[in-house]
Write a protein that binds this ligand. Structure first.
Ligand code: WTA
Length: 637
């Protein structure tokens, strides 16, 4: 197979045609997409679904291995093309260019390390790794032998690692000794050792040496990556997998309780991510694509690894941070690698827009053709800064709306094809049937009038998550119980008279901080663990760079005095339980939290106070304790 762009829609008229077909004959539409992949055995049944149970199955009876689609099928034609360019944290360290053939060999080689250590088809393997090629190799090696990867973002705490390992009973943990992050070195292995005190399912830990520092190893359990390679074969047949077998688990925050292990399955995920990748980004043969996300998030899974590699493009992996050695690093890399397609998050754009323009202008950005945005709504100012200063008004911006749960992009322009509109994710991609739901729970039909409502999806798409690992009931409750027969996204949206969507933000208790989804309930639970705390409420408030930041209201036991030390302790508690990204920006000690008569905290009011928007608090007279509102307002931070 040549550089694989045979899924690309090439004009707006073709988009409309494809969209119409995908709604009128969804099975036929997705069959023709799926036909372009390599299947060991073709599927018998394209789609079976029922949103009440809920049950969704795509390409049943089909057998395949996703790594054969990402690697083997490219070997003859583009084996010598660069698959991954790795750019290290330190600009003085050398980049690595890994061809498709080299990647294939490395994946097969490491797949045997997994096997030699007892990992079999269906076993779960936790990856807690920095942004180095070995992370890509480890995930593809899992897929090669049919093991299920569960990647935990390497910024999470040891408690977060442990709870994720235990939830899915991982047998192995793969990590690195340390990671470079800007001017800092972070001890990942130490984090793992702490987590491993409480993870009985883990039998083996494989440690990649990213630095030369001595690394304490537990005999019998911990093994070095390189030592293990020495005793492994380099060839490995791809395991034959069913289309609906699990490919990976990826945890995302819930608005209540513990994180949800979203389960993605092989066939539909591959078809969906590759189709959307090619159509949204519209790459050409020698283009260089760079998505700045961490692979620990869904954006990295779908649009650094699986979508790009299945399409045979060159994908960049960056180990570092946008601010090191200075805030021009992203632009320096675009210049150095002749990046054509650049995909990042609004929070990064806002942070970089605050810096002197000189840091952009001293680099040559003329290779850029397409810019992307993902993770949260992009505000008008950031959109224009990105368009003017990075794209020089010549690069279409694809504002891609989607979720961990959707697996792939759902609503987005296709670069150069769909007319863009600042702050709008624009139109649904083929196969995506959105619906806006009003206050009464009814769908607002599209009749060329603008509308606003809660965003849901009416029909299954191949890359949707199939369940929450070990808790199908929760999957049903969270996503399929709010509106009958529809998937509920948790987002609000506005639709203009031409059918373009703008995502307005979460309508549940999830706050997106610097592009990271954080459930407020788990943060509250962490804070409430502190011995001085009676109760707490966490809400989001607008923040210039992070998009949203966390504001926390805390009540203390009677004999406890508020203090700076206490604030620091509470912030540390959150950091240790969830991770530094969840640390609240502001903590206000209060004598009581506003509650309804049934005892529910009125977050709506707390959100308004945190945003300094107290002109219209609504009716507070029905509260159990209306007097606390005045006091909270007077002492607001
Ligand atoms: C938000 C990230 C506006 C949204 C891929 C969604 C966005 C949540 C956009 C999912 C966008 C993502 N415009 N909001 N282009 N993209 N979101 O699971 O609230 O980390 O529900 O997946 O991010 O975040 P997640």
């Amino acid at each position: 197979m040549e550089f694989n762009d045979n899924l690309k829609i090439k004009s707006f008229a073709d988009y409309k045609e494809a969209y119409r077909e995908s709604v009128e004959q969804p099975e036929k539409f997705w069959e023709s997409v799926a036909d372009t992949f390599y299947w060991q055995k073709k599927w018998d049944k394209t789609l079976e679904w029922d949103f009440t149970s809920p049950e969704v199955k795509w390409f049943q009876g089909g057998q395949l291995n996703i790594t054969e689609n990402c690697l083997d099928r490219h070997l003859e034609t583009i084996g010598n093309k660069t698959a991954i360019i790795w750019e290290p944290n330190d600009p003085d360290e050398e980049s690595r260019h890994i061809t498709y053939r080299q990647l294939y060999v490395k994946v097969c080689h490491f797949a045997n390390v997994l096997k030699n250590n007892g990992i079999k088809k269906g076993d779960r393997v936790c990856l807690y790794m920095p942004m180095i090629p070995e992370l890509a190799i480890a995930m593809l090696a899992c897929a090669r032998i049919g093991a299920v990867h569960s990647i935990v973002f390497a910024g999470f705490s040891s408690a977060a690692i442990a709870s994720r390992i235990n939830d899915s009973q991982c047998k192995m943990l793969i990590t690195a000794n340390e990671v470079y992050r800007g001017s800092k070195r972070v001890n990942l292995k130490g984090m793992c050792d702490e987590a491993l005190k409480d993870t009985p399912s883990i039998e083996t830990v494989i440690v990649y040496r990213r630095t030369v520092e001595p690394t304490p190893m537990t005999p019998g359990r911990d093994k070095f990556w390189f030592d293990e390679l020495q005793r492994a074969e380099t060839t490995c047949e791809a395991e034959v997998m069913d289309a609906e077998d699990m490919l990976f688990i990826l945890y995302t925050s819930g608005s209540t309780g513990k994180p949800k292990g979203m389960v993605h399955t092989i066939g539909g995920y591959m078809v969906g991510t590759t189709f959307t990748f090619q159509n949204v980004f519209q790459m050409e043969e020698n283009d260089v694509y760079w998505c700045t996300a961490d692979i620990g998030w869904i954006t990295g899974h779908s649009y650094i690894i699986y979508g790009p590699l299945a399409s045979g493009v060159t994908t960049v992996m960056f180990e570092g941070v946008p601010s090191y050695p200075d805030y021009g690093r992203f632009w320096e890399i675009c210049d150095k690698l002749d990046v054509t397609h650049f995909y990042t998050a609004p929070t990064a754009i806002r942070a970089l827009a605050k810096q002197p323009l000189e840091l952009v202008n001293k680099h040559n950005l003329s290779s850029l053709k397409v810019l992307g945005s993902v993770g949260e709504p992009i505000n008008e100012e950031a959109w224009h800064w990105y368009n003017d200063n990075i794209g020089k008004t010549k690069c279409p911006i694809v504002d891609t709306w989607w979720q961990t749960e959707t697996g792939g992009i759902m609503i987005s322009p296709m670069a150069g094809i769909t007319p863009t509109r600042p702050t709008f994710a624009t139109l649904p991609l083929p196969g995506v049937q959105p619906a806006l739901i009003d206050e009464q729970g009814n769908e607002i039909a599209f009749n060329s009038k603008q509308a606003e409502g809660r965003l849901s999806i009416k029909f299954p798409w191949p890359s949707m998550a199939r369940t929450i690992y070990g808790n199908h009931q929760r999957y049903k409750e969270v996503y399929f119980s709010t509106f009958e027969n529809k998937y509920f996204t948790g987002d609000g949206a506005y639709r203009d008279a031409s059918g373009n969507y703008r995502i307005t933000g979460r309508v549940d208790d999830i706050v997106i901080v610097s592009g990271h989804n954080l459930g407020t309930a788990p943060i509250e639970n962490a804070i409430n663990e502190h011995e001085s705390v009676v109760e707490s409420a966490v809400v989001g408030f607008p923040h210039d760079i992070k998009g949203n930041a966390l504001y926390t209201y805390v009540t203390l036991y009677n004999d406890i005095q508020p203090s700076d030390a206490l604030i620091a302790e509470i912030r540390n508690t959150v950091s240790n339980t969830i991770g530094p990204i969840a640390k609240p920006d502001k903590i206000q000690f209060v004598n009581g939290l506003p509650k309804t008569r049934s005892g529910k905290i009125m977050r709506r009011i707390l959100r308004k106070i945190a945003s300094h928007d107290t002109s219209n608090l609504g009716d507070t007279s029905t509260l159990l304790n209306p007097d606390v509102v005045q006091e909270i307002m007077e002492n607001a931070l």
